[in-house]
Design a protein around this ligand. Structure first.
Ligand code: NDP
Ligand code: OAA
Length: 267
């Protein structure tokens, strides 16, 4: 059985706990939450059959088999970097954090010193295997469009770009590089960052973000061109009820990745 510590217990974290109850090979034994929320989250988890321990940092002597991040960009600096140094393998979904200059190099160096690995999960998007394979032959362009209902852009700079409550047509709220998208939209542009890191980088990947009052889904589209040929993907993700910014596929992507670590066959 693999022992997992999970960072963050919000929409994704609760979804992961729910689904892992079915799998005897995987146990979330501990969750790391922000200081001040231990009691509320502890009470929420107490109803579960085997509730994880709730802490605000990884205990000094703890050595989980895997550390799973589903908290937000800040958690990489706070929890993932020190865990890698200690030799703990980490899986992350807040991939947009890697747009911060120097963080990729620091994560890589920490993993090397700890003789371990950090895995960037595909989360809400698919096709990362094909895109990163295509990169080997050379890529000319990758263009990404993220389209979500207006409620998914609340508390983002999208509020300054348009009147989210009253738009009647699909409205472009951002156009620029994936690096800029990930910085301005940390909770909505992790897919843009993932595509960039698999493809032609954060500065060359062109991103368009759209608030669309006619969409009930989080739609992720990209086109890639290169020596391999061409590739288009259009993924219509169902948002999680607990967080309209986040697609349900992100939870399933985590379950798949954890299963691949625990089971005899990985796919
Ligand atoms: N790769 C992908 O495709 C996707 C990636 N994501 C990433 O996953 C993250 C989580 O998504 P989701 O679950 O929907 O968000 P939620 O806001 O529902 O949950 C995040 C939880 O993590 C907690 N948290 C925040 N910072 C820390 C920290 N430093 N240490 C421990 N806990 C922390 C939050 O606490 P509090 O509310 O008190 O701040 C909250 O309870 C997103 O912020 C985004 O970065 C999301 C969707 C897709
Ligand atoms: O869950 C999604 O649809 C994608 C998302 O939020 C992100 O890219 O950060």
């Amino acid at each position: 059985m693999l022992h997992i510590t999970m960072i963050g217990c919000g929409a994704i974290g609760l979804g992961v706990l729910e689904l892992l109850e079915q799998d005897p090979h995987l146990l979330v034994e501990r969750v790391i939450v922000p200081p001040g929320s231990e009691e509320a989250i502890g009470q929420r988890l107490a109803r579960r059959s085997s509730p994880p321990q709730v802490v605000t940092a990884l205990p000094e002597d703890a050595r989980p088999d895997l550390l799973l991040e589903c908290a937000g960009h800040q958690a990489l600096e706070e929890h993932v970097l020190p865990a890698l140094e200690k030799g703990i393998a980490c899986l992350i979904v807040s991939v947009g954090a890697l747009s911060q200059p120097g963080l990729v190099e620091r994560l890589e160096a920490a993993a090397e010193r700890g003789n371990t690995r950090i895995e960037l999960l595909p989360g809400a998007i698919g096709g990362i295997d094909a895109l990163s394979a295509a990169r080997v032959g050379g890529l000319d362009s990758v263009d990404y469009t993220g389209r979500k209902p207006p409620r998914a852009w609340k508390n983002t700079p999208g509020e300054q770009a348009c009147d989210l409550e009253h738009i009647s047509e699909a409205t472009v709220i951002f156009q620029g590089s994936a690096r800029e998208a990930a910085r301005l939209y940390p909770r909505n542009a992790n897919v843009a960052a993932t595509l960039s890191l698999a493809g032609i980088g954060l500065d060359r990947t062109r991103v368009t973000l759209i608030a669309d009052p006619h969409s009930e889904e989080n739609v992720h589209q990209f086109q890639a061109r290169g020596a391999f040929g061409g590739f288009e993907l259009n993924l219509r993700g169902r948002p999680l009820a607990a967080n309209p910014k986040t697609s349900a596929l992100t939870v399933y992507s985590i379950i798949r990745a954890l299963g691949n670590h625990a089971h005899g066959i990985s796919i």
